[in-house]
Design a protein around this ligand. Sequence first.
Ligand code: PEP
Ligand code: MG
Length: 592
Amino acid sequence: MKSESEKIWRGISVSPGIAIGTAFVIGAAGVPVPEYEVPVSQVEKELKRLATAIIKTQRQLSLLKQKAASLPTGAEDVSLLLEAYAGMLAPTSRLVKGAEEAIRANRINAEAAVQKQIAAIKAGFEAMMDEYLAARAADVSDAGARLIRNLLQQNYNPFAEAPEGSIVIAEEITPADAALMDPLQVAGLAAVLGGAEGHAAIIARALGLPAVFGIAGLLQEIEAGDTVIIDGRKGEIIAAPTPATLSTYKQELAKKQREDKKLKLLKDVPAVTSDGMAVILQANLELPRETEAAIDAGASGIGLLRTEFLFMNRPDLPNEDEQFDVLRKIVAKLDGKPLTVRTLDAGGEKLAAALGDVAGESSNPALGLRAIRLGLKQPKLLDAQLGAILRVSALGPVRILVPMISSVSQMKEVREHVMQTEKRLHRKGVKLSGLPPLGAMIEIPAAALAADALAKVCDFFAIGSNDLTQYTLAIDRGDEHVAELYDPFHPAVLRLIQFTAAAAWRANIPVSICGEIAGDRRATALLMGLGLREFSMAPLRLSAVKQEIRQTSMADAVLFAEAIMAKSGEAEIRALMQGGVAGMEKPKKTEK
Ligand code: PEP
Ligand code: MG
């Protein structure tokens, strides 16, 4: 570390738990760069790709500059450095002009052109044997490597070399990065950018990796090999801890491990309220490798398989056979337990490199061509997925879940695709004994408000409280600047959840909840009281939620929800949530 004494940073609590380990700092450097020839006809396209990556890099730099402004020390230095980086990526800069020239003259790919230009500039500076210029050479490297990372869309594994027990310290951890992490290798995460509800955060929680995001100044002060503590619950990072701090955290870690062990004993007991109402507890999967953990944690099935992993960290799109193969293995592991497969939800902050041009650029990606909107615009993409899901539905109980549905006609259109896919498979000799249930994610306020109409064209609902919160409150779920305004317990969000559950009950179709609050034990009684009997969550959350269900009576859950829904202020709701069912004032029994 740059300074010897203990230093504490406070950021956004993203994934709970404590991790103690050594820092593995992911700078922008060290990215392996492929080199290939670009045909004459593609040169203009390659130049455009470079220009797009430059714009993206400039945007990142300006975001970092905003963050740097809040640094307690060194704000000016960091800001000047970032300005210098931005200058190095200006259209007239040596780096950009040189790279463009190399693409035109040598017909090489953009990332190789940038790398060659960095090497040439560095060699020039270093030859001058001046300390100041040597430092500038390092800056050109950093700025250029950031550009290369954007050109490559991070299609490489930056964690491959992390030693066991590493605490990854990075500027930003993308969902694709997080998907590559191995909890046996990585103990915890800290990043400058990112909010608690983004997909990198969800993956960190799914993998049980304590994480804190949104900490300015981290990369400037922590060095590889430093001892770092992540306190995911408080949202704190501690570098160079004193022996006393280290010992306190070691004790807390041991206590947490003992509690987790106790919770594990609940794995096989039923999820039943104290007054005998059964609740279905299923798991969300981000990655197939979590399937065993879900079964181990006692999940009665998979309530949400996010299929984005199929499209991450690869340059091309997976075909139907490939997707079928992955799903087939999951169904086999589940051995008769139900699986709900969600069609691709790419777009928004979930960038999938493989989609490249297919997804297109959007000035407001969360409101753009995301999820089923993309699928309906790119039917080949959707039909390949539906083909794989229909084929796997012959092997076990499978349901199809459609993300980001906003209207009845969209749902009808998807059903038409399912029927056409069945016909196509039939022509190829694949016979199915029936179509799997087709359901909608209710995660756009319009869908929640139209739940009665949607229930007529859906076989089931799954409430996505993450996006429902984002779109109801107009808060970008992955943006650390507005993270404190993100509130799934906002009365508006709760009313939409309640209305959706009631509409499903009226139409007699199943309804589950699979956003992050489903796995938050503070929300369990409230959600039951709002009419939910099916929850799907990260496998690691199952036991705690089950414990909550077993300690609560459905009658109390209903009263608790009534008390909360009677309030219209967020602060009042928060206070009631804090007290939980136990702290609730129960209506007095009337004397006879
Ligand atoms: C949600 O929005 O609540 C949800 C479960 O979907 P995702 O988090 O994948 O967008
Ligand atoms: Mg969603």
